[in-house]
Design a protein around this ligand. Structure first.
Ligand SMILES: [Zn+2]
Length: 445
């Protein structure tokens, strides 16, 4: 977004235009008018953050008017670098409308920057019952403003900080929520070969959907922490963030085991989502939008040095993943992270997107993406449970299906039966499906 300084002449012109629009709306409809502008100090009035705040204020205003069953005769907007403005002619008593506006201004922190003026049919602005406090020091009333206690730069900086804090927090919560939703959507995707789904509990006796949901929900605070860590260490080399994310992950594992009474539901997902939310935090910017490659590249930058070195220096073998790396050079979940999720970018995501475009719903598209993942990747969970030979056979079966022109639901149900009979569960692929859901929503939302 281009940020431009406004001149005094432009500010005066904008004010004159505002008065003209207000009067026109009153003349035409003979109803009170809400005039919504942002109260922004300093010469730059329009930034990504002020626009986000304005749009949020508009949504709150429209919702409040709807809930109060107030009819809007006309809504008129101006989006210029002198500031975003909205004018609403409303069919209601001006005092009642003013109360609604003040309530919005006081309901959230950034409401401090909303100027929702209400003009009666006589064109006179209604007063606020209570003056607002100073944005820099919090002193009540207009004391600081009227005496110019703080410099314009100080006031502008306090406003910027308020906006930044608000939207960073909002995005942190939203990103963690998207990750939790992706995990829940993954477990609900049906049919999935050998995995817990809505038809059955697959090759598992100790897990079901409610357990996965409880587990996913327990991880939300941790995912917020990872986002925050990514943001806080954004100016350091990416590899320096990894130890912090890993420490948070160890804590989260305890929380998960508490939520599931000792069942490993999301250890793999936890690894991926800690890194991905951390990457989102590192890349955070005011618009709150993300690019797929930037996110996966960042995960790669977090992990490649540390994990690469650990694998190379591996002496004692503790986990299945380490054993498989030693024996077959299979890098599993670690490898996916280090290389920036090639299986998601090159296998699952293209299948998922094409299936959606072809008219499949998310469940069907997800099931097809999972099939391609089972066919095209090496899942350490499958090898752990059934040995390398059986895991390879299962992958070939999946591959044969994936090669078909059209995969039917019955095909997938048959594959599910085969996986259950052989006690196989492609948990690593399921994690990558959850990652696919998450990255799709994060980068297209
Ligand atoms: Zn003050």
């Amino acid at each position: 977004m281009e940020e431009r300084e406004v001149t005094l002449a432009e500010v005066l012109d904008a004010r004159e235009r505002r008065v003209w629009i207000q009067n026109e709306l009153i003349r035409k409809y003979d109803c009170p008018v809400i005039s919504f502008t942002m109260n922004i100090a300093g010469p730059v009035k329009v930034t990504a953050l002020t626009v986000r705040a304005f749009e949020k204020g508009m949504r709150m205003l429209q919702k409040a008017l709807q809930e109060a069953e107030i009819t809007v005769n006309k809504e008129y907007r101006i989006s210029e670098h002198t500031g975003y403005e909205a004018f609403l002619s409303v069919q209601a008593d001006a005092k009642r409308v003013k109360d609604i506006c003040v309530e919005i201004e006081e309901s959230i922190d950034i409401g401090r920057l909303f100027d929702m003026d209400v003009l009666g049919t006589d064109g006179v602005k209604l007063d606020r019952k209570k003056e607002r406090s100073c944005i820099v020091c919090g002193r009540e009333g207009r004391y600081c403003a009227s005496r110019r206690i703080h410099s314009a730069a100080e006031v502008a900086s306090a406003m910027h900080k308020l906006l930044q804090t608000h939207f960073l927090q909002e995005d942190e919560e939203r990103t963690a929520e998207q990750a939790v939703c992706a995990m829940i959507e993954e477990v609900c995707t049906t049919p999935k070969p050998g995995l817990v789904d809505r038809n059955n509990n697959g090759s598992h006796e100790d897990m079901d959907i409610p357990l996965f949901v409880r587990s996913a929900l327990s991880l939300k605070p941790y995912l917020q922490t990872c986002f925050r860590l990514g943001y806080e260490y954004r100016d350091e080399p990416a590899a320096m963030t990894f130890p912090h994310l890993r420490n948070a992950g160890l804590e989260a594992e305890k929380t998960m085991y508490e939520a599931t009474s000792g069942v490993n539901t999301h250890k793999g997902a936890l690894f991926h989502f800690g890194l991905l939310t951390g990457a989102a935090g590192r890349l955070w910017h005011a618009e709150g939008t993300y690019d797929l490659t930037e996110i996966t590249d960042t995960v790669s930058a977090f992990t490649e040095t540390v994990l690469g070195r650990e694998l190379k220096e591996l002496k004692e073998v503790h986990t299945t993943g380490e054993k498989l790396y030693r024996e077959y050079g299979i890098t599993g979940a670690r490898g996916e992270a280090m290389e920036g999720y090639p299986s998601v970018r090159e296998i699952a995501m293209p299948v998922f997107v094409r299936a959606l475009e072809a008219g499949h719903d998310r469940n069907e598209a997800g099931a097809l993406a999972l099939l391609q993942l089972i066919a095209g990747t090496t899942d350490t969970n499958m090898i752990r449970r059934g040995g390398k030979a059986l895991a390879d056979e299962a992958s070939s079966k999946a591959q044969a299906l994936a090669d078909k022109e059209k995969v039917s639901e019955q095909d997938l149900l048959d594959l599910d039966e085969y996986f259950i009979e052989n006690h196989l569960s492609p948990g690593g692929c399921a994690d990558l499906l959850a990652v696919t859901y998450f990255l799709y929503d994060l980068t297209r939302g």
